[in-house]
Design a protein around this ligand. Structure first.
Ligand SMILES: Nc1ncnc2c1ncn2[C@@H]1O[C@H](COP(=O)(O)OP(=O)(O)OP(=O)(O)O)[C@@H](O)[C@H]1O
Ligand SMILES: [Mg+2]
Length: 255
């Protein structure tokens, strides 16, 4: 791995302590992800997927190892610098949609843009463009009660996308959806990686999503078990522990 990767985890370990018992969740995991890549992390319940996502996104400090995101060694930053980095460069889509019942779709998406210091008009334009991107251009005035589960999840993705993050994290974004809506949501995430050059990391235990990913990483017992570049992406190289073969180093140019 080298510093040109958008997101690097190096020898990351994390254990939780409950009472007197330490439970190791991640145990020396290494990974290197590229821009324009939708990486799907698959693993059974309790295998540490949410923990890994929280660590990769700078939300949770690992006990050991380092995270280098967009060239920044995250845990060498001050708390304020780390907060600013997360605000400016990362988007997070949570499993529950976390929408406000009283706000319309466009208002939900505009809300966090205020924290970035955007004026209302710019925020509105960005919010509308993000909703268009996820296929909700004609439904921007709906409130959560009037939306299907798939539409709510797409609003949550638009909210993360509107920040134009270079790193986008999604924790089980399709778990509450049927397979048709699940496919729409994963395809939205894939387009975001391709069209905006973002690195998208999606964790799930739904193996049906594999067909829509550029790269499939499986974790078990705190370690990467397999790391495969999807054949749907024109290649089918087997990678191990984040080691990227030379011919896989260049992402395809944006179309
Ligand atoms: N804050 C915490 N304190 C103690 N243990 C925790 C904490 N968070 C997670 N764990 C434990 O760490 C392990 C991994 O949890 P994690 O949430 O990362 O798994 P997961 O792969 O996301 O599972 P799921 O598919 O069910 O969401 C689990 O055994 C869980 O009980
Ligand atoms: Mg989880």
């Amino acid at each position: 791995m080298n510093l040109t990767h958008a997101l690097i985890a190096e020898d990351v370990a994390k254990a939780y302590t409950t009472g007197k018992i330490d439970t190791s969740v991640l145990d020396g995991l290494s990974l290197a992800l590229e821009a324009r890549e939708l990486a799907l992390v698959l693993g059974p319940s309790g295998s540490g997927k949410s923990t890994l996502l929280a660590i990769l996104s700078g939300l949770l400090r690992p006990d050991r190892g380092r995270i280098v995101a967009l060239g920044e060694d995250l845990w060498k930053l001050s708390r304020v610098q780390l907060e600013r980095f997360r605000l400016q460069h990362t988007g997070f889509v949570f499993q529950g949609f976390n929408l406000f019942p009283a706000l319309s779709a466009v208002e939900q998406v505009m809300l966090p843009l205020g924290y970035l210091g955007l004026d209302k008009r710019t925020a509105q334009n960005r919010a509308l463009a993000a909703l268009e991107e996820v296929g909700l251009g004609s439904r921007v005035h709906l409130r959560p009660l009037e939306m299907s589960g798939g539409e709510k999840q797409r609003v949550a993705i638009a909210r993360a996308l509107a920040k134009k993050p270079q790193l986008l994290f999604a924790d089980e974004p399709t778990s509450a959806l049927d397979s048709v809506n699940g496919k729409i949501v994963i395809d939205s995430l894939h387009r975001i990686a391709r069209n905006f050059g973002a690195t998208v990391v999606c964790v799930s235990h739904d193996h049906r999503l594999a067909a829509s990913a550029d790269r499939i990483i499986t974790i078990q017992d705190g370690l990467i078990q397999s790391d495969t570049v999807s054949s749907a992406n024109g290649r089918s190289d087997k990678l191990h522990n984040g080691t990227v073969p030379a011919d896989a180093a260049q992402p395809e140019p944006a179309s």
